[in-house]
Design a protein around this ligand. Sequence first.
Ligand SMILES: Nc1nc2c(ncn2[C@@H]2O[C@H](COP(=O)(O)OP(=O)(O)OP(=O)(O)O)[C@@H](O)[C@H]2O)c(=O)[nH]1
Ligand SMILES: [Mg+2]
Length: 458
Amino acid sequence: MYQYKGEDDTIAAIITPAGSGGVGIVRVSGKDTAGVVSRIFTGKSCGAPSEWRAYSIHYGWIKAEAGDVIDEVLVAWMPGPKSYTCEDVAEISGHGGPAVIRLILNHCLQAGARLAAPGEFTKRAFLNGRIDLAQAEAVLDIITARTEAGVRAVERQLKGDLSVELETLRAMLLGVLGGIEALLNFPEEDTDAGQAGKVVRDMALILTRLDALLSTAPRGRILKEGIRVVICGKPNVGKSSLLNALLRAPRAIVTDVAGTTRDVIEECVNIDGIPVNLVDTAGILVPRDKVEEEAVRRSREAIASADIVLCVLDQSCPLDETDRALIAGISHPRRIMVLNKADLPSGLGHDVFEGSPKVSALRRDGMDELRRAMVRMATGDAAVEARGVLVNDARHAEALQGAKEALQRAKHAALQGDPLEFSAEDIKAAVNALDAITGRHVDADVIDHIFAKFCIGK
Ligand SMILES: Nc1nc2c(ncn2[C@@H]2O[C@H](COP(=O)(O)OP(=O)(O)OP(=O)(O)O)[C@@H](O)[C@H]2O)c(=O)[nH]1
Ligand SMILES: [Mg+2]
């Protein structure tokens, strides 16, 4: 269990993005926030920070020791415990130039604050008990979310929807443990068989809810991390045209010369809320020179890294040897055959690749069908936006899987008529696994690892 000792030092960091903007903000948090601010800030009309009303804003100047004005600022005063970190917090809004905001930060550091480590504000919010670990991770996810659907999914986690479900499951498990313990202490009140039957029923119920949570993990991961879709095929079948059509922008060069694309081209596009990295590759053929050799090598490398492969065929021509070799060579588990040039008469013959999307990249026909096919393949048919809780983190999914396996063992042992102490051990392991998600019970190095992914200022 991670024991928080309480931090003595006061931390400061720039919390707005690097670069120029209308405003730049330095946040100060800790026991001596009022002291740090009073040493560098001269207010127009308000007294010392220690006398300020909670959640008030103060106009004035940050001054150097010699009295020179560094910037004209507004200071927001948010005393703990009702602040982002639960500590006394001040946010100094100055002009948003990189040099001036850095000067304000330096003054805070000279006045007694220490530069905040990455994620330290959020870490303090967690350690002070305002949010649990899953919510702290959601803070990071919401910053990095690339689509609106991704933001909405994370918002539910930030609100604590996942934590509430986990707490419910935890309470149920503790209830079962309580029952087992009561039997061990007062065997006259119930029979082993009676209690074992109850354990089996309760395990089944909890396992159903765990499964429901786990079933959202693939969707959650996709919304958060996105997918990589690699377009491949023979030269001239229209791969770059397809990329452009999906992007709705002329990103890649298109010509009727076979071998137009040499480099791997990558662009991000939002398809149904999923961030999709679309990758166009050089046509795969027997290379004629060194450049083509390297191009083909890179194409194969891209295919190997794909979540989904779009294997493009020119449906106006009959399949030839190269097509066949290519189709046989790309044995990706998630492959969609795309029949391009559907505006031209079919040369493939009927029934070949029935059900595969037929498109015309040139006319941008059939793109919606292709997008749907990609989403279906990525999410396994489930709707991307589940209304309920969404597990979007590999760490959480792993812990849930661990809890599930422990409860399956507990159920099995109870079914077999093993002593209930055996089941109790596994149930405790499941409780610990759930606690690792919320941070109730988690190693210090896991916590450090999670917050190290944050940027400074968060
Ligand atoms: N009629 C028709 N022509 C198309 C279609 N898509 C692409 N083309 C044409 O096919 C030719 C090749 O298109 P590209 O998009 O450059 O093909 P590619 O597969 O990227 O080719 P490489 O980069 O050389 O491997 C161009 O002349 C395109 O205009 C389509 O749907 N219908
Ligand atoms: Mg191309």
